[in-house]
Design a binder for this molecule. Sequence first.
Ligand code: NAG
Ligand code: NAG
Length: 177
Amino acid sequence: MHFKVVLPVLAALPSIFAQTTTPPTYKLRADLKPGQPGRPDKTAYDGLYLSSYHTGAGLNDAVFYSKDPADGIVGSLNGTFPWSMLMALNTATYAAWEPVRIDAGEGGISARGWGNGFFINDTGLQWSSSTSEETNSFAGWMVCDWHSEVQLFFRLKYYNPTTPASCADVYLCPEYQ
Ligand SMILES: *[C@@H]1O[C@H](CO)[C@@H](O)[C@H](O)[C@H]1NC(C)=O
Ligand SMILES: *[C@@H]1O[C@H](CO)[C@@H](O)[C@H](O)[C@H]1NC(C)=O
């Protein structure tokens, strides 16, 4: 009787190996974290897909303008992907939170930001830095109405966790393609 169970398992193995050579791709959806009651109402931020806004050759801001998955950009944790998210530490906009950029290329560390250290767990995309000045300082994602568009920021630890009125705390949840 057990033979009937064993065969389908063996048949499934090739697709498991295929996944290890082709890492999964996904779109990132902003899910409002619980505990952010109205005034102002933040539900407009819930369910938006991460897109990019062109700011220069190969340079983009990480923005949100649509709840249609078709408008989301495709990502992967694979280091050879054609674009990368960069955590723009040191922009000196606000010490407690900093913007995220989406540039052409393979990430790494440059004046535009830190492109290493991303991983995904049960609460979505995470970042774990180990730079000389900001070791494991990630304290979550925040989306804000910023210069008339909704942009992605990240919080840094050690600061007061007050959320500005025009911002919402979100998870970035992968929707695998
Ligand atoms: C990324 O994907 C390419 C092609 O699918 C593969 O050759 C490479 O090993 C992958 N790199 C990582 C870091 O997963
Ligand atoms: C995911 O990782 C973050 C950052 O390390 C951590 O704070 C969070 O608790 C993790 N979530 C789960 C569900 O493990």
